[in-house]
Design a protein. Structure first.
Length: 108
């Protein structure tokens, strides 16, 4: 990630409109300690893994994203995490196989 995204990134937004389908299978923000806000919205059919480990995200809102193939959500060392907002059960377009959440700082 340090080679791809700026290490001081505080906010990230990715919206896919109705005319496009994102072909991204994995999104990792691992180690971006300043990242406070992530907004994912729209149809992300290929997304299988989302990793927010080591970020400063307080709330992860997944109510606006349709990711039918999302299998893994990883949020290790997210000390500031307070909530994950899920779609309602009847509206949830996917089911996770792996959910790893830990709000304790990892030792170094």
């Amino acid at each position: 990630v340090p080679d791809v995204l700026p290490p001081l990134l505080e906010s990230f937004s990715f919206t896919v409109d109705d005319d496009a389908i994102a072909k991204i299978s994995s999104i990792s923000f691992q180690g971006l300690a300043k990242l406070k806000s992530v907004l994912l919205r729209g149809l992300m059919e290929s997304l299988e893994e989302l990793d927010l480990s080591g970020t400063a995200v307080k709330t992860l809102d997944l109510r606006e994203v349709v990711a039918r193939n999302l299998k893994q959500l990883i949020m290790l060392g997210c000390q500031k995490l307070q909530a994950i907002q899920w779609p309602r059960i009847g509206e949830r377009p996917w089911w996770l196989e792996v959910l790893r959440v830990d709000t304790v700082q990892s030792g170094s």
